[in-house]
Design a protein around this ligand. Structure first.
Ligand SMILES: [Zn+2]
Length: 266
């Protein structure tokens, strides 16, 4: 039987036992956005879910409900969309930065109140992580909690080159969910009304073997982080929602520093 590690699938007795053995929670972040004709919209979500589920099975801890909406369309995303989509509707499920970042703050509160002492946030969408880290640092400055916030390419930086719907991402999907890959559609970029639909030209170089190597290196990097956490803080006081308000006010006051709002010169 497969070990259950998802908060959503655990019953109270098993949740408490699992948390008390290893008080680490994983938050997978993804997004539905164009990934070419060869891959499904949720590639980023599928990657993040897989990495943290495997990490929880191997290193302990519990996987929080997936956050499958993400920041897009604003800041640096806007010129990127113009470049890779032209005038085509990207059919994506985006949130503005303030909603995503404030939501993350309250997700951290929920993890604190649920008795976790460390948080691993893995984003399959390789963007926005600087601001996600800003929120985790702001929360931890008020209510200490260990945190490791990374996009998946950051886990293997220097070893593999991240991309968007290219060799890197499709290799991962060929390993994780080969049933969702339609590599025979790689050439549709020139004939389909949707154009390249954000597909990278090197996508046909993707292999399941390379995907397995990338995924295993990513999981190992998460394991290194988990093993480095200090998990001996003991019980902590319940935080009411109102306790987040001054923390959010501080983050909002530094809006000019948000990376997710920068980079659109029209
Ligand atoms: Zn992606």
């Amino acid at each position: 039987m497969t070990e259950i590690v998802a908060w959503a699938e655990l019953k109270p007795a098993e949740f408490i036992a699992r948390r008390d053995t290893c008080p680490v929670v994983y938050l997978p972040l993804g997004l539905c956005e164009p990934h070419g004709h060869v891959a499904p919209f949720g590639l980023d979500t599928i990657k993040a879910d897989y990495l943290v589920t495997e990490a929880a099975r191997r290193f302990g801890g519990i996987v929080a409900p997936t956050m499958a909406y993400h920041i897009h369309e604003t800041g640096y995303h806007a010129p990127w969309l113009r470049k890779v989509m032209g005038g085509v509707n990207p059919l994506l499920a985006a949130l503005p930065p303030h909603l995503m970042l404030e939501t993350l703050l309250y997700q951290l509160r929920a993890f604190h109140n649920a008795g976790f002492q460390a948080v691993v946030v893995i984003s399959g969408h390789n963007a926005n992580q600087a601001d996600l880290r800003m929120v985790a640092e702001a929360f931890a400055a008020h209510h200490p909690i260990s945190h490791f916030v990374r996009s998946d390419p950051e886990l293997v930086a220097g070893r593999y080159q991240g991309d968007h719907a290219g060799r890197y991402e499709l290799s991962q999907l060929l390993h994780i969910r080969p049933d969702l890959v339609a590599m025979d559609r790689a050439s549709w970029v020139t004939t389909d009304p949707l154009g390249r639909f954000a597909q990278n030209p090197d996508v046909t170089e993707a292999t399941a073997a390379e995907g397995k190597a990338i995924v295993e290196a990513s999981i190992a990097a998460i394991g290194d982080a988990v093993h480095g956490f200090a998990l001996d803080r003991g019980p902590q006081a319940f935080l009411p929602m109102a306790a987040m308000e001054p923390i959010w006010a501080g983050i909002a006051a530094r809006r000019a520093d948000w990376v997710t709002l920068r980079g659109d010169e029209g």
